[in-house]
Design a protein around this ligand. Structure first.
Ligand code: ATP
Ligand code: MG
Length: 215
């Protein structure tokens, strides 16, 4: 049986005269956890954005269950995503932010949103606005947002950025549970923390190129 869920074939993207993704090929089996590691500017975020359907490719293709991104589908059909600079949130409480996002798909109730917020160690009844959250609290809420609908695919850019040691442990346990549930996970990090130990495979990126390596 073909277990490949996502296939990335010879993907190349140039921005402002720089090749930011250079002939990247990678297969993500269903239920796998893949780590992307590499220096600042090596292309980790760009590859996550490509898989998320957020950038157009110069060449190559990405398919999800055989459907080509940008042609057959615009985005992966069941995706949880953490990307940088989610600027839309600021003026609402954490609960209101996630309830607004949950309104898009309408597949979970407010109770499930509250559960996701509790799962990351935050209080759903916290009256502070998101912009008043600390960096680590913001990151925790982003994790809650990514996992709350139990998506098939989780694309997590620096999920443990700004988390305290307890937060890193919590993120590890949450992602281990997501993996056990059968989610396919790609996470990018330039630090080697406990969460990276969940990876079945870790790939190194440098100058937009990807090298596969065993963990
Ligand atoms: N909007 C943009 N326009 C032009 N170039 C960009 C743009 N965004 C990113 N780049 C370039 O793409 C390359 C890859 O950046 P990317 O953000 O993917 O790196 P990264 O591996 O995620 O780094 P970090 O560890 O700092 O998060 C860099 O050379 C960067 O300058
Ligand atoms: Mg990045």
């Amino acid at each position: 049986m073909d277990n490949s869920y996502i296939e990335i074939r010879s993907v190349t993207k140039a921005l402002g005269g720089n090749t930011v993704l250079d002939n990247v090929s990678l297969v993500l089996p269903r239920g796998s956890v893949t780590g992307l590691r590499g220096h600042n500017g090596s292309g980790k975020t760009m590859l996550l954005r490509a898989i998320a359907g957020l950038i157009t490719l110069d060449s190559g293709e990405i398919t999800i269950e055989g459907k080509r991104l940008g042609r057959d589908i615009s985005f992966p059909p069941s995706m949880g995503l953490i990307v940088e600079n989610s600027g839309v949130w600021g003026y609402m409480t954490g609960l209101d932010c996630l309830c607004m996002i949950a309104e898009i798909n309408k597949i979970i109730s407010k109770t499930e949103v509250r559960e996701a917020i509790k799962r990351v160690g935050l209080n759903p009844d916290d009256k502070r606005k998101f912009r008043k959250y600390s960096l680590g609290m913001k990151r925790r809420l982003m994790i809650a947002q990514a996992i709350m609908e139990k998506p098939d695919l989780l694309l997590l850019d620096e999920p443990t950025n700004a988390l305290d040691p307890g937060g890193v442990d919590l993120a590890h346990d949450i992602l281990a549970a997501e993996k056990a549930r059968g989610a396919t996970i790609v996470l990018a990090s330039h630090v080697d923390d406990k969460v990276m130990s969940l990876c079945d495979k870790v790939c190194s990126m440098a100058n937009g190129r990807l090298e596969e390596a065993r963990e």
